[in-house]
Design a protein around this ligand. Structure first.
Ligand code: GLN
Length: 484
């Protein structure tokens, strides 16, 4: 089995301290991570674009640090290298959205959440490979080739944020931004043993991110530890005037809150377990690991309650009607005029030739499903019914959160599978999302945490879901899971 060396990397806060104390030069750190990005990329194909000019930014920062620039005092990501899924637009940088259709597109502005990281002193070093616009569960639909898993190069690291997870696990950057429309951060996090957060819908701005399904898309990210995650969500969360769906709900410093909580207070968290998430088809080793964790928590006096979310069994079907519908309408902008390659002087010819030639198979499939589900005579049967089911799911979760604070479930029915294993069977591929899509339908925050490995040494993930805008509770419950 071909695998890569996984380096040990410190927390963001500790590293920023070393930079501030001049124990570590930003330029050395960025050089190290850029070199690693180039070297792992030949094995994993995790990156579409590596931004070598990041070194210039590092030099500028070092100079400012040398000069004792007071502007840098509160920058919590000072000199920290990071990567983003190639769905995030960054001014002046090629942004392909994982599709050949957009292979030479240079973004003209920067997405809000990326800008927030840059404003805190973070340095962007690479754009990560992914399924086109996020359509996929394994990264294999990417127009730029499949991403490989650092622990076994024959396997997928999970998708659609495949390059983000693969790159971070192999030691590139301190965090990576992904997007989660139906599990694309949580699934690869579970396959790679990283932490992956899908915040509440509307908590983090979608401005400047290639749209997949606008009422589901959630900017999330991967980290190596919980502390980094709480720090980053404190930076990213909040209202954005450029995204009308972002919420005014107050944001807090999640890291402070996590650090301050007493052990005894953690005992007040009630965990819920719903049978709908422990169904046939769930890999027995994953089930065993989660059962064991629940038992350990019970033995230590944590509160565990049985709950029921009966409509969850319709979640996957409902998702695969609503999401392709939104996908198909969001593709309208790719018409060869506003975006896309020029294949002909004739508008219609250009539209159809460009799309036929450069859209990946899965992009075409989703447009077809969505167009069908929205078409006259069928939209009542499909789109409208699925919307009603979505409401039902939302309400069931709302009620469940009257009794429990977080819900425990698996992230995925399997651990990382082999590249090629499911790619020719879209239904098998869609089934991978069975435990993650529910949180996107409901709009609630969810996290994937590492929970050991299976008999092949492949990481297993556990999912926690909390009520709308309860990221704080989610992090605290994560602390319980990781420390007990
Ligand atoms: N795998 C899911 C899909 O293909 C989720 C994708 C995502 O979250 N971007 O739709």
């Amino acid at each position: 089995m071909n695998k890569l060396e996984i380096p040990n990397i410190d927390t963001i806060t500790n590293t920023v301290k070393r930079i501030r104390n001049k124990e570590l030069r930003v330029v050395d750190l960025i050089k190290e991570h850029l070199e690693r990005a180039h070297s792992v990329n030949s094995d994993t194909n995790a990156f579409i674009t590596i931004i070598d000019s990041a070194l210039d930014r590092a030099l500028e920062l070092d100079l400012k640090i040398q000069n004792g620039d007071t502007d840098l005092e509160n920058k919590s990501l000072l000199g920290i290298p990071f990567t983003v899924k190639d769905l995030y637009m960054v001014d002046g940088i090629r942004t392909t959205f994982g599709s050949k259709y957009m292979s030479d597109f240079i973004a003209v502005y920067t997405s809000t959440v990326v800008q927030k990281c840059l404003d805190q002193g973070g340095i962007l070093i690479a754009k990560a490979n992914c399924d086109p616009w996020g359509f996929g569960s394994s990264g294999e639909n990417s127009g730029y080739g499949a991403t490989k898993h650092p622990l076994d190069l024959e396997r997928t690291p999970g998708g659609s944020s495949s390059g983000s997870a693969s790159g971070l696990l192999s030691g590139v950057g301190f965090f990576s931004l992904g997007t989660d429309t139906g599990g694309s951060v949580r699934l690869p996090a579970s396959f790679t043993g990283l932490l992956g957060l899908k915040p509440t819908y509307g908590r983090n701005s979608r401005y400047g991110i290639g749209a997949m399904a606008s009422s589901f898309d959630t900017p999330g990210f991967f980290t190596r530890n919980l502390e980094d995650m709480a720090l980053l969500e404190s930076i990213m969360a909040g209202k954005d005037i450029n995204d009308a769906t972002t919420s005014e709900t107050e944001t807090i410093n999640y890291l402070d809150s996590l650090n301050k909580i007493e052990e005894s207070e953690l005992k007040n968290i009630t965990f819920g377990v719903a049978p709908e998430f422990f169904i046939d088809g769930l890999n027995p080793e994953i089930k065993e690991a989660i059962d064991l964790k629940i038992k350990e928590l019970k033995d230590k006096g944590f509160k565990i309650k049985d709950i029921s979310l009966p409509s969850s069994k319709y979640a996957l079907a409902c998702y695969y009607v609503l999401v392709p519908s939104e996908i198909s309408s969001n593709r309208a902008r790719y018409d060869g005029v506003r975006y896309g390659p020029i294949e002909s002087d004739n508008y219609e010819e250009n539209l159809s030739e460009g799309r036929s030639k450069y859209f990946e198979e899965e992009v075409k499939r989703r447009i077809m499903i969505g167009t069908f589900a929205l078409s006259k005579g069928y939209s009542d049967q499909y789109y409208k019914r699925a919307s009603l089911v979505r409401e039902k799911i939302k309400n069931e979760f709302k009620n469940a959160f009257k009794d429990v604070d977080v819900i425990i479930s698996p992230v995925s029915p399997t651990t990382a599978f082999k590249i090629g294993e499911k790619i020719n069977d879209p239904i098998q591929m869609y089934l991978v999302d069975i435990f993650t899509v529910t949180a996107n339908l409901a709009g609630i925050p969810a996290i994937s945490l590492p929970l050991g490995v299976d008999s092949k040494g492949l990481p297993i993930g556990i999912q926690l879901m909390a009520n709308m805008f309860n990221e704080d509770t989610l992090f605290k419950a994560s602390k319980v899971i990781l420390n007990n």
